[in-house]
Ligand binder design. Structure first.
Ligand code: DC
Length: 225
């Protein structure tokens, strides 16, 4: 392996604190962060705008391929771009989370987005977060983490996050429903289901602070544990 700096793969279910943790780890190590869920969210958003149903595997696959070919999906610093539009906020709604979960179940879509993710990570010095980084995208990642927490803890965190963002039509109960539904969708799908990769360190964040989780993963990346 010719990478001088490691690839850190962080997978886990919705609401485990992955985004915050992955950003913290990247900052601490001076690594680039790649939020792969954002890529699926952009496809869901682009599909909605193009009038393509999230169940339409064939047209979604073509759309994802076209978006990649045209380099329409880009990360610019912390912003997520769809062509020349900053869609960072538009992709963060619960609806686009559900859309991303649905479009990501189609193998045509996953295949179209695979190279984009591999290109983003291949040189190392990168933290990738998602659902199948350690299992499919980079099974040879030097550091693999499966980050999880109980559904109740995850729903609570998601809810607080949405409320803090000014989202008014959410309730804790509906957020918990959402978390459970997405878990079932993400772990039950036939292609690249969410599961702990071989060799991945299991980190349960239910009773750990963000800082504790970040420190633990950063230590793994530095080979300290
Ligand atoms: O992490 P997130 O909530 O932004 O991800 C949205 C959806 O995208 C998630 O429900 C499943 C899908 N996803 C995936 O299938 N593979 C990834 N590597 C990342 C996300």
């Amino acid at each position: 392996m010719s990478r001088t700096r490691p690839i850190v793969a962080i997978d886990g279910p919705a609401g485990a604190g992955k985004s915050t943790v992955a950003r913290g780890v990247a900052d601490r190590l001076g690594f680039v962060l790649v939020d792969t869920g954002a890529i699926y969210r952009v496809v869901a958003l682009a599909a909605e705008r193009a009038g393509i149903a999230w169940s339409d595997a064939k047209n979604l696959g073509d759309l994802a391929q076209k978006l990649v070919q045209n380099t329409s999906i880009r990360f610019e610093g912390t912003r997520v771009m769809l062509a020349n539009e900053d869609v960072s906020i538009a992709i963060r709604t619960p609806q686009m989370g559900m859309g991303a979960s649905q479009v990501s179940a189609h193998p045509e879509v996953r295949a179209a987005l695979l190279d984009l993710q591999r290109q983003a990570g291949k040189d190392g010095g990168v933290v990738l977060e998602g659902r199948d980084i350690g299992t499919v995208v980079f099974p040879d990642a030097e550091v693999k983490v499966f980050l999880t927490a109980s559904p109740e803890v995850r729903a609570h965190r998601r809810y607080e996050e949405l409320v803090a963002k000014g989202n008014k039509d959410v309730s804790l109960a509906s957020t918990l429903e959402d978390v459970k539904k997405r878990d079932a969708q993400d772990t039950g799908r036939a292609h690249a289901p969410l599961r702990r990769a071989e060799g991945a360190t299991l980190v349960d964040s239910s009773s750990l602070t963000i800082d504790e989780v970040v420190a633990k993963i950063a230590a793994l990346a530095k080979g300290e544990t």
